[in-house]
Ligand binder design. Structure first.
Ligand code: AP5
Length: 217
């Protein structure tokens, strides 16, 4: 099954991708996570991406498309994948479509997560992320058992550089201008399905999984 998760920053794409990937045994491919790993590792890719990420701007398409093409060529993506944070522009979506046509492996569905502006601002400014394993918490909705410490690996929890309020507001504006046009792109292709993404995380997961079971065959 080949699935895209679409929705604004803070919609819960990463939170739900983990659950969906586990439920269907598919790799969770997050372009944001790949960039953050490269920033932590001090790679050339990380160095090129960092200034865009810190400002809440998109990394240029040519960098992202090449990186995703390489990732999708790995063996674990042969039977399907959950894409989280990609595509984010119409040229990225077109590049993905071309790549999948070449492989005779079309997309099954694009899940659009519906959440309002004030909710995503509250989610992002309250998010805390583990420096060790990347696990995600929230100060109110999903606090760790011990403040500042990851429940999964004991790593330190920090606020991402792009989760401060001014950068969050810019990311939402970038989403509106550059990523929202994808809704029409996928609607035209009959691939768009909505998921109400407010409420308990488990409830959102149930709604997302119910849609995906229709495609699981
Ligand atoms: P990326 O990491 O992809 O950021 P994003 O899309 O802005 O998404 P987020 O990770 O912020 O949010 P999410 O929807 O995954 O929410 P989450 O589950 O964490 O990208 C970062 C940067 O990398 C970009 O700005 C760009 O520079 C670059 N980049 C990445 N991909 C790119 C691309 N394709 N092209 C160009 N540049 C690219 O949840 C958020 C919070 O809410 C958490 O604290 C969570 O606990 C909480 N939460 C989740 N669900 C619920 C719920 N139901 N109720 C209450 N709280 C909830």
């Amino acid at each position: 099954m080949r699935v895209i998760l679409l929705g604004p920053p803070g919609a819960g794409k990463g939170t739900q991708a983990v659950r969906i990937a586990e439920a269907f045994g598919l790799p969770h491919i997050s372009t944001g996570d790949i960039f953050r790993e490269n920033v932590r590792g001090g790679t050339d890719l990380g160095t090129r991406a960092k200034s865009y990420m810190d400002a809440g701007e998109l990394v240029p398409d040519e960098i992202v498309v090449g990186m995703v093409g390489d990732r999708l060529a790995e063996a674990d993506a042969a039977e399907g994948f959950i894409l989280d944070g990609f595509p984010r522009t119409v040229p990225q979506a077109q590049a993905l479509e071309d790549l999948l046509v070449d492989r005779d492996a079309p997309l099954d569905v694009v899940l659009r997560f519906i959440v309002d502006h004030d909710e995503v601002v509250a989610r992002l400014t309250g998010r805390r992320t583990c420096t060790g394993c990347g696990a995600v918490f929230h100060l109110e909705h999903a606090p760790p058992a011990t403040e500042g410490v990851c429940d999964s690996c004991g790593g330190e929890l920090i606020q991402r550089d792009d989760d401060t309020e001014d950068v969050v507001l810019n990311r939402l504006e970038v989403y509106r201008k550059q990523t929202e046009p994808l809704e029409h792109f996928y609607w035209e292709r009959g691939l768009l399905r909505d998921v109400e993404a407010v409420g308990e995380v488990d409830g959102v997961a149930e709604r997302a999984l119910a849609v995906l079971r229709d495609y699981a065959g």
